[in-house]
Every structure is written in C-alpha cells, then in structure tokens.
Design a protein around this ligand. Structure first.
Ligand code: C2E
Ligand code: CA
Ligand code: CA
Length: 535
C-alpha cells in the first residue's frame, strides 16, 4: 500500500518537475534575449555620446597651441553646452595644458597618457581611467584626438554621467554594466559596489558582451540572478493552474492503473478458482527434418464475459503481485491434466515458462517433481524456460536448484535470448541446455535491419559453447532455410504450427506421424515410465 501511495505521489510530482525544468529554460532564454537587447541599446547610446565627443575634439583641435587666455573661454563655453564633456588642449613642448580653468601643469596628464598611447600619431583613441586631473577622483572615458605634429585634444566623459545615462537602457537593479576600451586595461563599471556585490543581487545569471562597430570599445551587460528568479516566479505563477491540473490528472491516472492492477490480481486468483485458464501448445520442430520434437505450453485466460487477456500482461501483473508462482503451479496442473495418458512421440519435449522468482524458491523442486510424476507414463523431457528479460539472480539457491533439476533430467532454456542486458553473463554463470532466439532477430532475417548481425553473433556464441538453439517466431520458409543453413537445430513459429489446445495438438501430432509413416496407436503411451527423483 505504501508503494502504491509512493507511485501515485511520484506520478503527481512528475508534471511539477517537468514544468520547473521548462520554466527555468524559458526564464534563461528570456534573460539571454533581454541582456542582448539591453547591450544593443546601450551600444547605440554610447556610440551617440562618443560621436559627440569625437566631433567636439575635432572641432577644438585647431585651438591647441593658441594662448590659454584665448582658448579657455571657448573650452568653458563647450562645457556649458555639454556639461558631461570636459575638454583640454595640449600643445607640443608646452609645460602646461589648457583647460576651462586656465593653464595647468602637464606632467600628471602626460603620465596618464604615456603608457597608453603612442605620442605624435594621427587619429582618435579611447582610454578608461579611474582618476585624472580633468575629472579628479572619478572614473572617466577619455577621447584622445592627436595630430602628427604633437597637438592633442582630450575630451573626458564623466564615468558617472555616462553610466547613469546608459543605465536608462539597463536599470541597475536588473543589470550590471561595464564599458571597456579595446586594447587597454580598465573598465567603467556599474553595479559591482561592495555591499551590493556581497548580496544575492550581485550574482549574475548571464553576461552579454557586445563590441561597438564604430568605436574601439565594448559593453558588457550582466543579468542579475534576481531578475531570473523574478521571471521564473512570474512564469510559475501563470502556469500554475495547468501544472496543478496535470499533476492531479496523472496522479489519478496512476491510482486507477494501480487499482486496476490490484483488481486484475484479485481476478487472477478468482480465475484460477473458477477454471478460466487453459493451455495451448505450440509445436517445436527439428529444422533439418521438419519432425516435431516437442511443444511449448502457453497459458491462456478467457475471463467470463470479457475479452481474452494477453499472457505477457497477466503474467506481469501476477509477478508484481506475487502471484506468478501460484499461477505457474496452476499451469503445471493444467498441463498434467491435458497430457496425462495422451499419446506423445518418443523422447518428446514439453517446454514450460517459469519466472526467476519461482526458480529461486525451493517450491520449484516439488512443483516440477509433481508435474513429472503426473506425466510419468509418457515421461516427456521437461524444459523450463526462463526469460532473459528478467534478471536471474546468481544466488546459491538458484544455482543449486538448477543443478538438481538438471541432474534429474530437466532441461533449462534461456528464453528471449538477446533481448536482455546480460546475455554473456548468463551463459557464464548458469548451466543451460537451450537458448531460445527471440523472434525479433528471426524477423530481421533478410531485411538488412540492425538486428541481423546480432543473430549471427548468437549463433556463433552457441556453437562455441555447445548449447542448442531454438529459433522463435519463424513465419516464412526463407527464415527457416536461413536458420537451417546456419546450423540452428530447432524452430517454432506459425510457419510450422500455431499454439493449439491439447486435443488439436494430439490430432496434429497423429497426422504428422501418419504422414511420416510412424504413427503409434492413439491413446497409447510410449517411452519409459521413469520418474527422476528431484527433491
Ligand atoms: P514467449 O515465451 O516468448 O512465447 C512465444 C510467443 O510467441 C507466444 O505468444 C506465441 O504465441 C508467439 N508466437 C509463436 N510463433 C509465432 C510466430 O510465428 N509469430 C508471432 N508473431 N508470434 C509467434 P503468447 O502465447 O501470446 O505469449 C506471449 C508471452 O507471454 C510469452 O512469450 C511468455 O513470455 C508469456 N507467457 C505465455 N504463457 C506463459 C506461461 O505459461 N508462463 C509464463 N511465465 N509466461 C507465459
Ligand atoms: Ca517461452
Ligand atoms: Ca520467447
């Protein structure tokens, strides 16, 4: 019951988990898009401001070298019109530079420019400084207009102004901004202050870096993790009704499936008591002669007033509800009743499917002994088929039961060989007589399907280990011919005969025997009536 509740809970939580993953991905995508978008807008605005600073520097360049008393009013006038720009003039061999306030000693400014820019070049350059005589104590972006004769105009863009201005496109509570001049160290940053960086607001979820196509600088826009969390919360809020509905739906569906399983388990118990199960037998033939050498017993369930249930389905329900052993024991009783006293050819094999749980339980020895006892008159060779789809535990109990069964003349087959995960491991650990090649590989013959080479591998493996092969699901003559040519000993499939009830089987066997001229009188059992001791 606890397991069922857990499964229902897991089913209900599944949509929540999927929704959270999708929401996270969508919020991520939004963050990428919005940081790219913000960086583009920032670049456009910064380009416009820089173009203005460049134009100012070009305009003022002819004034460099003129007496400062003459140029200072012009510089003050520029600053008055464009308060975020501070222009100064430098002339070669002058120990002073000229600003709006008048002449200033050049040395501190030269020291700033010295490392960063080659002297006497012609053109514009950009430089980020954290402090300068032009905007003391503040970071600034310097536009340097130089001429080959050594004259220069410096236009300083106040860093605070620039970042505040750009901040309109990328608000500080959502984004972190940095402007860097290409080829130079240093950056103008906003949003990395100590107190802020220490908090969660400081963490970044994504960073977009975009280069300006017009000027040598780049802008970095970082999206704060808090923005991502806020977007995720908003998405979660809007999807919440759908998530709740899906959770509820899946939880209820799982509950119904489990309930149906439980009720099917109860019906299996009732079906056994009411005699709703019967067995069909499918002939297994020797591929070289076409002679029938045995049958596989396959269980059928006709529920009163209901459609038939497939055996793989009711056996899987039986397994999960610990009913596989009682059901197989019932199968043994039905086989014993069906075949008791019937005529069967000499040395006839009867294959029955058992589960690994049954093979591990000590009851298997008694159950098989009882079946052998019931068929003592015909003494067919019993073959127990264990599917490779289930894990067969290599416990001492399983190995001991296998040893004792084989010692008593019971054959063991691995069913559906090649479809499990442990084909080789099985063969190394468990002593078996037959491998039943799954019909998946038989149907691949002649189709060029990816499974086709696996069939050849299985055949080679069996030959090396000296284990006989039975091919399942042979439906046409070309498959039979291929398998025969490859040395596969036995086959089973609609080509030879479908599963049929016991009466039909006996009639079929008699007609086969008559056709080959070796029929024994119906109703007459042949073969030694020896029951091998098992337990
Ligand atoms: P399986 O043991 O591999 O049985 C072979 C299945 O292949 C049978 O299906 C049989 O009818 C089908 N078959 C035989 N020849 C052909 C063919 O030429 N073409 C095709 N397409 N199919 C063919 P069935 O009887 O429906 O059984 C399905 C599965 O259910 C079995 O596979 C087995 O895993 C399980 N099962 C059936 N009866 C029992 C049983 O008594 N005990 C246990 N534990 N499992 C059983
Ligand atoms: Ca089988
Ligand atoms: Ca099989």
């Amino acid at each position: 019951m606890l397991l069922h509740a857990l499964l229902v809970l897991l089913a209900a939580l599944l949509p929540v988990a999927i929704a959270l993953l999708l929401i996270r991905a969508e919020a991520d995508q939004l963050a990428h898009e919005s940081s790219d978008e913000a960086a583009q807008v920032v670049i456009r605005q910064a380009d416009a401001i820089l173009a203005q600073a460049m134009a100012v520097s070009d305009h003022l360049l002819p004034l460099a070298g003129r007496p400062c008393a003459e140029t200072a009013p012009r510089l003050r006038e520029t600053s008055g019109l464009l308060p975020h720009l501070h222009a100064v003039l430098i002339a070669p061999a002058h120990p002073y530079y000229c600003s709006g306030q008048g002449a200033m000693p050049r040395a501190p400014l030269d020291a700033l420019l010295h490392d960063a820019l080659p002297a006497e070049s012609d053109g514009h350059a950009l430089l980020v400084v954290q402090d300068s005589p032009i905007v003391p104590g503040q970071p600034a972006l310097l536009v340097v207009r130089s001429q080959a004769d050594g004259r220069r105009v410096l236009v300083a863009l106040d860093g605070r102004y620039l970042l505040n201005f750009l901040g309109a496109a990328a608000p500080a509570e959502r984004y972190r901004l940095a402007v860097t001049a290409r080829g130079h160290d240093g950056a103008l940053r906003r949003g990395t202050g100590g107190a802020e960086a220490a908090g969660t607001r400081g963490r970044l979820a994504y960073v977009a870096t975009i280069d300006s196509q017009r000027f040598p600088y780049a802008v970095q826009v970082g999206v704060r993790a808090s923005l991502l969390a806020e977007r995720s919360a908003r998405l979660l809020h809007s999807y919440a009704p759908v998530i709740v509905l899906c959770s509820l739906g899946l939880g209820l569906l799982m509950r119904r499936v489990l309930k149906r399983q439980l009720s099917m388990a109860a019906e299996i118990r009732r079906g056994i008591a009411r005699g709703e199960f019967h067995v069909q037998y499918q002939p297994v033939v020797a591929l070289d002669s076409g002679r029938c050498v045995g049958v596989e017993a396959l269980m059928r369930w006709n529920r009163a007033g209901m459609s038939a249930v497939r055996p793989d389905i009711f056996f899987s329900v039986a397994e999960t509800n610990h009913l596989a052993v009682p059901l197989t024991r019932h199968l043994f009783e039905l086989v014993a009743r069906d075949l008791h006293g019937r005529w069967l050819p000499l040395d006839f094999h009867v294959g029955v499917n058992i589960t690994s749980e049954h093979l591990e339980s000590p009851e298997i020895l008694d159950d098989v002994a009882r079946l052998s006892q019931a068929l003592a008159l015909q003494a067919p060779r019993l073959t127990l088929e264990v599917t490779e789809r289930q894990v067969l535990p290599g416990t001492p109990a399983v190995l001991e039961h296998m040893r004792r069964l084989r010692a008593a003349g019971v054959r063991l087959a691995i069913d559906d060989f090649g479809t499990g995960h442990s084909a080789l491991a099985y063969l190394e650990r468990f002593p078996v007589d037959y491998l039943k090649i799954d019909r998946l590989f038989v149907s691949a013959i002649g189709t060029g399907a990816v499974n086709a080479p696996v069939l050849d591998l299985i055949i080679a493996l069996a030959a090396r280990l000296g284990v006989a092969l039975v091919a399942e699901g042979i439906e046409d003559a070309s498959q039979a011919a291929y398998l025969r040519a490859e040395g596969v000993g036995f086959g089973q499939g609609f080509l030879f005969a479908p599963p049929m009830p016991a009466d039909a089987l006996v009639a079929w066997l008699e007609s086969q025997a008559a056709a080959s001229g070796g029929a024994a009188p119906p109703g007459h059992a042949t073969g030694p009536a020896v029951v091998p001791p098992l337990a």
